[in-house]
Ligand binder design. Structure first.
Ligand code: MN
Length: 202
């Protein structure tokens, strides 16, 4: 039988030093090579356990396995999106333009108001998680989503346009416990053109 496909760690679209001074080389290297890789490995390991149980005809603990699979796939997909959201400072522009800017203004009233709500969402994630900008095609509203861990509180099927990782592993080497300082830094390295392109592709 043909070997089934697993997940793979994607490369970064910039060098490990390129997000300095906002994210250090050491922090980014560890985050990408160790933490993101762990979710890739975790999801692939579950595939292997399912395959083994299928081959042997035994039972799997589906509840436990699928919970773990959701966590690991969420981690992989969100990190992949996060790397694409970032760009060296000065190259990304400080705010969105075009239709995305119009959609944000239409929903939030202004970019500054959006930034405030998004920052508060990211700062207040309980434990480990993410803040995401998503878009509801039923109402044509850009929405903020607060994701706990990698998979809790997700609006199903809503396209994610932008995320910020607020797990401690994302910032602890650079900012220690100061999550708010990391979120402030994040705003300097957002690839708005990329976010606009994702919005245009919905
Ligand atoms: Mn992370």
């Amino acid at each position: 039988m043909e070997k089934k496909k697993g997940y793979q760690l994607p490369g970064l679209p910039y060098g490990y030093k390129d997000l300095e001074p906002f994210i250090s080389e050491e922090q980014l290297t560890l985050h990408h090579q160790k933490h993101h890789q762990a979710y890739v490995n975790g999801a692939n390991a579950i595939f292997e356990r399912l395959e083994k149980a299928r081959a042997e005809g035994g039972d799997s603990d589906m509840k436990a396995l699928l919970k773990e699979l959701s966590f690991n796939i969420g981690g992989h997909v969100l990190h992949t999106m996060f790397w694409g959201n970032l760009i060296p400072a000065g190259a990304g522009g400080d705010k969105p333009g075009g239709k995305l800017a119009a959609a944000i203004d239409g929903e939030f009233g202004s970019f500054e108001r959006f930034k405030k709500e998004f920052t508060q969402a990211a700062a207040s994630v309980e434990g480990s998680g993410w803040a995401a900008l998503t878009y509801c095609r039923l109402t044509n509203r850009p929405l903020i989503m607060q994701i706990e861990k990698h998979n809790v509180n997700v609006y199903p099927m809503f396209a994610i346009l932008m995320v910020v990782d607020v797990w401690e592993h994302a910032y602890y080497l650079d900012y220690k416990n100061l999550r708010a300082d990391f979120i402030d830094a994040f705003w300097n390295i957002v690839n708005w053109k990329g976010v606009e392109n994702r919005f245009a592709g919905l």
